[in-house]
Design a protein around this ligand. Structure first.
Ligand code: GAP
Length: 447
């Protein structure tokens, strides 16, 4: 399967609009609580979206935890002791500048405005004030400030706060990492661009603890490793780049940082951040908790606070990127064919099993093929509509292969494999189907 590097989109300006419609129509993404009018910057993932998300998460976890001897997993809570967020700097500093339009009273992020109210066109705004992005709630039945807690705005702090427990229970030696995935929440002032900036989203982050002095080297290592991960998922190289943060944009905790950026239809934007957080977090938590979070190096007999290199990615943003990057349109016999050219490892469905028609004679053999393939691939069995329409549907949801059972199959015990990208068809004996498809996946994945 050769995936063309160049994608064709009839109306590039409308790509996001087109994807929003495809995502809803085909069951990738739905507006949350839609029957009640929706809720701003919060989305639900339908059957195909959840499969895609699951695949992204699993590939990340496999790469970052299961295939490595030096990284372990953690699942920390969403609600943590409020002191965590004082120590991390989020209570004082996790803010964006907020202004209010003096005419329509809508509120905006000052640094996203170009002098004009996007709602009513007015040019006068209130004084800017700092707005904290953490969602607040109360723990227990009393709603006073002593009971106030936060929904985590990043998963990272769980890994710093549990550093000693992980170290003691696993006996890992530095350098080693702790990885976790889970929901984060930010009360963004101006969310937008569909699922690019959400108020409830999912992160996969890894804190890699290293000896001070080796941190620059490890930052280089992780920024390349993370860029390579997106390339291995088939994201087009010309749409990806690494960008160093300038001194004025570095987060308060960072000595250096890079973004993996993707060229979205609305410009180059962050897909993932890779930061050298120094010993900032462990130092702060040692000080605020009064617990020593230093590390004793048995070999050199030195005690120190490790430095941390952190690759932090957003699962929803990665999903959005993969959908944008995969979207393609081409003319086939005078009709537009829409194809999501997903890499086979992330495609929500890997093989569609399609009887040529609903004719009863074909159904038992088709069900047998389905049962044969299901343990090996992500399968969908589909017998509704004409075969042409079913091929189109599977092209549009990115299914790399379709297996068609026809009347000849009943005689020759063979089926047709159709490739999504080339639309080529080959005849394969049912007895050879699993190895034949496995080989096609291997070739298409570049592994
Ligand atoms: N622990 C560091 C940290 O959270 P970040 O750059 O703020 O760094 C990391 O977030 C990644 O999480 C981003 O690159 C992005 O993919 C994702 N992310 C952050 N805020 C998001 C939001 N409001 N909606 C969707 N994804 C978001």
């Amino acid at each position: 399967m050769t995936i063309p590097a160049q994608r064709n989109v009839a109306e590039p300006d409308k790509l996001i609009e087109t994807l929003v419609s495809l995502a809803k129509r085909r069951g990738f993404i739905f507006p949350s609580s839609e029957i009640y009018g929706g809720i701003n910057a919060i989305y639900d993932f339908g059957p195909l979206g959840v499969a895609l998300k699951h695949n992204i998460r699993n590939l990340w976890w496999r790469q970052m935890v299961e295939l490595r001897h030096d990284i372990v997993g953690l699942e920390s809570s969403i609600i943590m002791a409020p002191r965590v967020w004082e120590a991390s700097g989020h209570v004082a500093g996790f803010t964006d500048p907020l202004v209010e339009c003096k005419n329509c009273h809508q509120r905006f992020r000052e640094d996203h405005l170009e002098g004009v109210c996007p709602n009513c066109g007015h040019r006068e705004f209130s004084e800017s004030r700092q707005f904290n992005l953490m969602f607040k709630t109360f723990l227990g039945p009393v709603e006073d400030s002593a009971a106030q807690v936060f929904l985590r705005p990043e998963t990272a702090q769980g890994m710093f706060v549990q550093f000693q427990n992980v170290l003691n229970s696993t006996r890992k030696r530095i350098p080693f990492g702790i990885a976790q995935q889970g929901r984060s929440f930010r009360n963004e002032i101006s969310p937008g661009n569909y699922i690019f900036r959400l108020r409830e989203f999912e992160q996969q982050e890894m804190e890699f603890f290293v000896k001070p002095g080796t941190d620059d080297e490890w930052l280089d290592y992780w920024k390349q490793a993370r860029l390579d991960w997106y390339l291995a998922l088939g994201v087009r190289p010309q749409k990806l780049r690494l960008r160093a943060h300038g001194p004025d944009e570095l987060a308060h905790y960072a000595k250096a940082a890079f973004d993996v950026e993707y060229e979205f239809p609305f410009g180059w934007q962050e897909l993932e951040g890779i930061a050298n957080r120094t010993d900032f977090d462990l130092r702060q938590h040692s000080e605020y908790s009064g617990k020593d979070l230093s590390y004793f190096d048995e070999e050199t007999k030195e005690r120190y606070l490790p430095y941390v290199i952190e690759p932090a990615m957003g699962v929803d943003r990665c999903l959005f990127t993969l959908m944008i990057d995969a979207y393609d349109e081409e003319e086939v016999r005078g009709e537009t064919r829409v194809v999501l050219r997903f890499h086979p490892s992330v495609a929500p469905i890997q093989v569609a099993v399609l009887p040529l028609s609903k004719n009863e004679k074909l159904l038992p053999a088709s069900r047998e093929v389905e049962e044969l393939l299901r343990p090996h691939f992500r399968i969908e069995y589909d017998e509704t509509q004409s075969i042409g329409r079913r091929y189109r549907r599977h092209d549009e949801i990115g299914t790399p292969f379709a297996v068609t059972v026809d009347f000849d199959s009943l005689e020759d015990q063979a089926v047709t494999i159709r490739e999504r990208d080339s639309m080529e068809q080959v005849r394969v004996a049912i007895a050879e189907l699993v190895p034949a498809l496995t080989e096609k996946f291997r070739a298409a994945s570049g592994t």
